[in-house]
Design a protein around this ligand. Structure first.
Ligand SMILES: Nc1ncnc2c1ncn2[C@@H]1O[C@H](COP(=O)(O)OP(=O)(O)O)[C@@H](O)[C@H]1O
Ligand SMILES: [Mg+2]
Length: 224
């Protein structure tokens, strides 16, 4: 569904990604693990088209999207939950969930169907739907960011360190929600970054380890 071929990128003249190759099959749940500064966020931004590449290719559904602008990649069905959640405080949870789909002018019927599915599998969001985003806790905000990425991400969803800053009980709830959503959207490829491999290992089928902008290993775990 999503493929990176030898992606290279520089930030401020310094190489940050040095030939990153990854493959996310349809319905795959893939982890990208690496220390702070390893290049996880930059890899996701490269997939979204948010930074220029020095080399390599990004393919979506077998088609090259390397030169395709970011908003158009999102419209092709790639959802992205950045590390900072970027919710609109004065808007309700429901409005926050729907906003990217409206900005991208996605078909309203499909968006409504996906909102229903998100409410079914993240019932806490249905409960919070009419609350202002500004009043949410950190954990609730992460759930909204996850739901929002799923509404746009009909083909792939990228989650940047979603467990960071969550208390253990909330992290467990978030992991359960991911598992449920993965079952509910069986064709969507999920890519999740994390600095701590232990959190994701029980969930994922493939783990990539990134260090200083290079993929060290790609371990396909036996499916649990
Ligand atoms: N805004 C920036 N200015 C300069 N260097 C940056 C910037 N953002 C990232 N980098 C460099 O890119 C490297 C990878 O960053 P990043 O992809 O954010 O890592 P991660 O998400 O794994 O913590 C960092 O080590 C840093 O040197
Ligand atoms: Mg990061």
């Amino acid at each position: 569904m999503l493929e990176l071929r030898a992606v290279a990128a520089d930030i401020a003249g310094a190489p940050v990604l040095r030939g990153v190759s990854m493959h996310l099959p349809p319905g795959g749940l893939v982890a990208l693990i690496g220390r702070n500064g390893a290049g996880k966020t930059t890899t996701l931004r490269a997939i979204m088209g948010l930074l220029p590449l020095r080399g390599g290719q990004v393919l979506l559904g077998g088609e090259e999207v390397t030169g395709v602008p970011a908003h158009h990649r999102a419209r092709l069905g790639v959802g992205y939950a950045p590390e900072e959640r970027r919710l609109f405080g004065p808007f309700s949870v429901r409005q926050n969930l729907l906003l990217p789909a409206e900005v991208l002018r996605l078909p309203a019927a499909e968006t409504a169907r996906r909102l229903e599915a998100v409410f079914t599998f993240l019932p806490e969001l249905a409960t919070l739907a009419d609350r202002r985003a500004a009043g949410l806790s950190g954990g609730q905000g992460k759930m909204v960011a996850l739901g929002r990425a799923l509404i746009v991400g009909t083909r792939a969803v990228l989650l940047d360190e979603p467990f960071q800053g969550l208390a253990p009980a909330l992290a467990q709830r978030y992991a359960d929600a991911l598992r449920g959503l993965h079952a509910a959207f069986p064709r969507v490829a999920l890519l999740v970054t994390e600095s701590n491999p232990q959190l994701l290992e029980p969930l994922v089928d493939t783990t990539y380890v990134i260090e200083r902008g290079e993929i060290l290993t790609a371990d396909a775990a036996t499916a649990a």
